[in-house]
Design a protein around this ligand. Structure first.
Ligand code: GRF
Length: 178
């Protein structure tokens, strides 16, 4: 009953799979996403924008495919496209995202770099419900992560991801039980 959307390496997808949560479908916005290789026996598919007339048409096709695989809860695990209302309307209050900052601070596509550039001493991981804006929507869980002297984007992101890999499965598990 969980559908996971991915674009990148898929370590958060792996955390959901390791937690033995009921992932029934995995979708990506690009066929080359390394995360797709983690799917194993789970149905997986890529929905590339170039194959559709519009972003809404792509999102409708992806939503229909997820629903055909019994998906009731959608988890964005490093999914880098904004979802259109055409998608969100099909999963009301049932789309969750994980983001490597203490939202509402540092939304967007480069949050780790942005936090280092701003000189913050504290970062974190946020799990939130998705609405039509970027990295907005009600916060479900948040955990702080220290920024250490000499941190690079890579070292800070790894520290945040270690927290994400614990926080995301916990929240998803709680949502499945509601
Ligand atoms: C994570 O840091 C997540 O918060 C952000 O993108 C990254 C995805 O990493 N939205 P991965 O693909 O799960 O390894």
């Amino acid at each position: 009953m969980i559908g996971v959307l991915v674009s990148g390496t898929g370590t958060n997808l792996q955390a959901l799979l390791d937690a033995e949560l009921p992932v029934t479908a995995i979708a990506a916005n690009r066929s080359t996403a390394p995360a797709l290789r983690r799917a194993g026996e789970i149905p997986a598919a890529a929905f590339e924008l170039a194959d559709y007339e519009s972003r809404a048409a792509r999102d409708i096709a992806m939503a229909a495919w997820l629903q055909a695989h019994d998906v009731k809860l959608v988890v964005l695990a490093g999914y880098m496209h904004v979802l259109t209302p055409a998608f969100l309307d099909r999963f009301p209050d049932a789309v969750v995202n994980v983001h490597p900052s203490l939202l509402p601070r540092f939304p967007g596509g480069h949050p780790v770099e942005d936090q280092l550039a701003a000189g913050v001493t504290e970062s974190g991981a946020t799990v939130h419900l998705v609405d039509e804006d970027v990295d907005s929507g009600p916060i479900l869980a948040q955990e702080r992560v220290p920024v250490l002297p000499g941190d690079t984007p890579e070292s800070l992101h790894e520290r945040i991801k270690a927290v994400e890999h614990r926080l995301l499965p916990k929240v998803v598990s709680e949502l499945c039980a509601r």
